[in-house]
Write a protein that binds this ligand. Structure first.
Ligand code: 5GP
Length: 197
């Protein structure tokens, strides 16, 4: 997605050879126009021949783009919670996710009320690195007995192995921008021109 790649080039901060900070439009401050455009792009891609009844993401950075995607499909957005709320009883699906950026394992939960075996779920997330977050969400979809329509990722770091792992497992992964290299020294971000599907 051209607009997103331009934004990443203009505002992305390379923290290391493996971590990109994009807090000016995705992870802290949010760009509304870009977020709406990303929702439309995911809709265009995944509405072809796929049934989607729910969009599923993880709090907090997936929520904005998950919402604009859900709006296009006209379906609810469900976000997995990282901290178990006191008002959530045991009626939840639980999965463990190791966080690449925080280097800690979190339990993510989704209330059983909001996902069922009748659902066709589209997973949306902000970043794909080693695929831990995506696999945690897949586990929740499987626990619900729901079917998985695909995974839409805003920024895939293609030099990490998550994308390959998920595609090899047969999941339909679509990324709006694929980064093949973060050059910390030269402050250069290289994209893969043709997005892998
Ligand atoms: P994974 O679970 O695929 O290893 O990592 C994906 C999750 O880690 C995303 O949900 C995102 O929150 C976080 N993440 C991974 N790499 C980056 C990065 O380079 N920058 C930012 N801002 N978040 C990242």
């Amino acid at each position: 997605m051209k607009l997103l790649k331009e934004k990443i080039q203009q505002e992305g901060i390379i923290l290391s050879e493996s971590v990109l900070k994009v807090d000016s439009f995705l992870n802290h401050q949010i760009d509304p126009d870009l977020t709406v455009a990303m929702g439309k792009d995911f809709y265009q891609h995944f509405s072809k021949g796929k049934k989607v009844t729910k969009v599923l993401t993880i709090e907090s950075s997936g929520i904005a783009v998950g919402l604009t995607t859900a709006l296009e499909f006209g379906v609810p957005l469900v976000f997995a919670r990282k901290k178990k709320s006191l008002t959530m009883n045991n009626e939840v699906f639980v999965s463990k996710v190791y966080s690449f950026t925080k280097q800690e394992t979190n339990e993510i939960t989704v209330s059983k009320k909001f996902l069922s075996a009748d659902d066709h779920v589209l997973i949306i997330d902000d970043f794909l690195a080693n695929g831990e977050a995506a696999l945690g969400l897949v586990s929740i979809v499987q626990q619900a007995g729901a079917s998985l329509a695909g995974m839409g990722i805003v920024i895939e770091k293609a030099f990490q192995d998550g994308g390959q792992k998920l595609r090899n497992a047969g999941f339909h992964v679509y990324s709006l921008a694929q980064i093949i290299r973060l050059d910390h020294e030269k402050k250069k971000i290289e994209f893969r021109e043709e997005a892998l599907v």
